[in-house]
Design a protein around this ligand. Structure first.
Ligand SMILES: [Zn+2]
Length: 485
């Protein structure tokens, strides 16, 4: 760990001891092997990854269904049963890896159930064959885990006193058997047990590795043996680390979740609307630009990819080395990403925003306007930029608010009439306003963010607001609450 991060971490823990909670945010850092990993060492690590995969699939199969719902929280039953089943001994996998794989798989199963339940919730809400009471009852089952578990396993619903009263009122007004049968049918139809074919990754608990000698020592299946991997940096972390193996490239990546204290800037007071673009990454409502070379970077990348795929198709039979291709692809991608990050940092530093307003992305459409622009890459980079901006805003306690984007670039930011876009210029014939197209858009973004059209801000932790339009009170520029209903 670097001196600086050591200092900030010990400071953070000192502050925690003083019972002043420090707000932290999770950030992913990566470490890389600095020299080629020998085939023998790589094989030892691949063996762990393969066992890791087997353990996870075993857990998925055994505990991924409705019969195991009651065992998912907090998971000790599963842990005990997995100890008793003998799989660990059979594989010869050290327990530092075995139990991590078990708990990771359990986490995946839980997430899978959350997905299934939200799918079912959407179906219930859309189903016109149900009365309001029936929908209400089904929503209750989908929300209360114990009730759900009982219902899909045809067991009597038993709940704590407070919930029980609520349950009874709802149950008395519905044909519960019919509802439970419906739920079972939908679960059978939509719930899938997780499964993984990936055998190039596993996690390291703190006990499975040690940093030293400009690298990392990793426990392997042989007792008291370690694989040493030299690293490109000397940072040291003390948490669970994810290992990713690239056997064909003889290299490894270490993915480390780090909690960093949220920084807040008293002087960040601006309200900034931004428009995103392919050629210029961000244009603000005052016409300032960040990432003006983005287009060139993206075109260089997509041109190269296109060229490569045609070369590849021509030489498919002779199968030219893919290693060179992957190396180059990675370098171009890294170059593009570091440019994006650098410009996003500059954006926050120079704009000093308290709130950033941005358009909520529409669903990806098929086919791009410009054939030269590989559409999937554009979509992906836009997603990357958004993801990075979201993370950076979180780290600097800047609020990020998404607004609806319908007609936003065609609307005049002065009078609201629909205008004409031409060659990067926006013209409004109604009021005569004319401006750079993206600036006009960014002005609309800010207006919508402060007025109507707000989707949700990062700070509003309302789980029900996802994807739905609602209009929470938003402080206006004077900081006062505005009522817009
Ligand atoms: Zn106008």
């Amino acid at each position: 760990m670097s001196q600086e991060s050591l200092r900030s971490q010990s400071k953070a823990s000192w502050e925690r001891k003083q019972e002043k909670p420090v707000q932290t945010v999770c950030k992913t850092v990566r470490q890389y092997s600095s020299a080629p990993v020998s085939p023998e060492d790589m094989q030892k690590l691949l063996d762990i990854a393969e066992d890791y995969r087997r353990v996870k699939n075993y857990v998925y199969t055994r505990y991924g269904g409705i019969g195991s719902l009651s065992k998912l929280y907090p998971g000790y039953t599963v842990q005990n049963e997995m100890t008793a089943c003998g799989l660990r001994e059979q594989l010869g996998l050290p327990s530092v890896y075995f139990y991590l794989a078990v708990f990771e798989a359990l986490g995946d199963i839980r997430r899978q159930w959350i997905r299934t339940k939200s799918k079912l919730l959407r179906l219930v809400n859309r189903n016109e064959g149900f009365t309001e009471e029936e929908k209400h009852y089904l929503r209750f089952l989908l929300k209360v885990s114990n009730a759900f578990e009982a219902a899909v396993n045809q067991k009597p619903v038993e709940l704590a006193a407070k919930l029980k009263a609520q349950y009874r009122t709802l149950a008395d007004r519905t044909d519960t058997d019919r509802m439970h049968r419906y739920l079972c049918r939908q679960v059978r139809k939509y719930h899938v047990k997780p499964h993984t074919d990936t055998a190039d990754t596993f996690s390291l608990s703190e006990r499975a590795y040690r940093y030293a000698d400009h690298g990392i020592y990793i426990s392997i299946k042989e007792k008291r043996k370690r694989v040493f991997v030299p690293l490109t940096d000397n940072n040291q972390y003390g948490c669970q680390i994810r290992v990713k193996l690239y056997p064909q490239e003889n290299r490894m990546e270490f993915i480390v979740p780090v909690h960093v204290a949220v920084r807040s800037h008293g002087d960040y007071q601006n309200q900034t609307g931004v428009a995103m673009g392919f050629f210029t990454m961000l244009t603000t409502d005052t016409g300032r630009r960040y990432g003006e070379e983005l287009g060139e970077y993206q075109l260089a990348y997509s041109d190269w990819l296109r060229e490569q795929s045609s070369v590849y198709n021509r030489n498919r039979s002779s199968n030219p080395g893919r290693k060179k291709y992957r190396d180059k692809k990675r370098r171009l991608e890294e170059r593009l990403h570091s440019y994006i990050n650098q410009e996003l940092n500059r954006f926050l530093r120079e704009e000093r925003p308290r709130t950033v307003y941005i358009i909520k992305f529409p669903k990806p459409r098929a086919g791009g306007a410009d054939k030269r622009i590989n559409h999937s890459i554009v979509q992906w980079q836009r997603g990357y930029i958004k993801k990075r901006l979201t993370q950076k805003c979180r780290e600097q306690s800047v609020e990020l608010v998404e607004v609806l984007g319908k007609d936003i670039s065609r609307t005049c930011s002065v009078c609201g009439a629909l205008g004409v876009k031409k060659e990067g210029e926006f013209n409004c014939s109604a009021c005569g306003y004319t401006d750079e197209e993206k600036t006009n858009t960014a002005r609309n973004v800010k207006k919508r963010g402060q007025g109507d059209g707000v989707l949700y801000g990062q700070r509003r932790k309302d789980p029900h607001s996802g994807g739905r339009t609602h209009k929470p009170p938003v402080p206006n520029q004077n900081g006062a609450e505005q009522n817009r209903s």
